[in-house]
Design a protein around this ligand. Sequence first.
Ligand SMILES: Nc1ncnc2c1ncn2[C@@H]1O[C@H](COP(=O)(O)OP(=O)(O)OP(=O)(O)O)[C@@H](O)[C@H]1O
Ligand SMILES: [Mg+2]
Length: 395
Amino acid sequence: MKPCILIADDSPLIHRIFGEQLETAGYPVIHAEDGMAAISSVLSHLPDLILLDVHMPKINGYQVCRLLKDNPDIYSIPIVMMTSKFSSSLDIVSDPRNWSFQIGADGYVDKDSVENIAESIKPFFTKGPKNKPQIPPKPMTEMEILTALSHLLDKQLYLDVTKLKELDDRKSAFVANVSHEFKSPLGAIKGYLTNLHLGVYGTVSEPQRQAVEAVSRVVDRLNRLVTDLLDLAQIEAGQLKLKKKPVSLGELIDEMLATYFLEIQKKEMKIVKDFTSDLPNIVGDKDRLMQVLINLFSNCLKYTPNKSTVTFRLKPEQHDLRLEVEDNGPGMSADYLERIFDKFERITTEKREGTGLGLPIARDIVVLHDGKIWAESNAGKGTKFVVVLPMGKGS
Ligand SMILES: Nc1ncnc2c1ncn2[C@@H]1O[C@H](COP(=O)(O)OP(=O)(O)OP(=O)(O)O)[C@@H](O)[C@H]1O
Ligand SMILES: [Mg+2]
């Protein structure tokens, strides 16, 4: 007896034409009008080959194929996917032929160019594995089919996410390596520039000194960018380890402000310190927390006009210490408040030096400390950054 063929298609025309051609050639034919019926028919009749339309109601041909190929009882039955250029297209798929093979189908036919389907399917009988089961597998209810499909999609999603994560980790490791490799030559360039500036290699004329200073500034900028990229890549690759100790945030703010003394004076910025010196410590990495403060304060310096006021507040809150850095600069509208923590996101319209990495790094460092950071602002009314850090043991 000739092999039995299942035609799964929502088009009555296809059932009629292909059905007649196959029966004329002596093949017994069974019919299913949608994806769900296709699965039930396969489980109850165990056909020798499945002609599976891609675009079908309920569950599409790709999903049916994935489900059948995932079933150890029936994965050996050859599946030939069918599409027509006149049928509506599924957006996710640009090349159905390519996609069909990716999801495990054994063959593919273009319904519009088939002259006699009985001839077209012949090569596919030899394609699939030969161990077709003899006992029909257990039938499945619609609910069971949908549940199996959902599990399959979950599994696929998990695999896809794992793969993406792997790729992302590799990219982070690559960026970390490249940034690291950049750091030593930059350090050497900076060293030679400093020596030049100091006259170690001979007297330097005024125009030469100015040129050296200009190059030096560019090198500093490049160095900052490379350091930021390195930090970010290390954090993303899970390689940044915190060196935690009790830290006084109040002292850290003072220390940070001292390093910006000249800039603060130049901008005639008013600094308000709204905290007392008897606050509890937090347990954290001092250098990394300093980086958070610098990233927040350098933004105040960069984005507020001269004579602005920046207020630092510290307040204990149950198990946390709340830090606020508030300026009375231009602020920003609500749409930007979340986005500014995305990498490379910059909303400033004026041309200011920067890459858009300061806040993402600050957020990552705060999160590594099990803390939270967010911004509050109204356009024209200044910006307030709030950082909440757990005080932790040993405070
Ligand atoms: N205090 C602030 N006032 C107004 N806008 C701000 C303030 N802080 C940040 N922003 C906006 O958020 C954007 C992102 O800030 P972020 O610190 O991440 O990057 P950047 O300052 O542009 O560059 P980088 O910090 O890498 O040098 C800034 O470009 C700016 O538009
Ligand atoms: Mg910044």
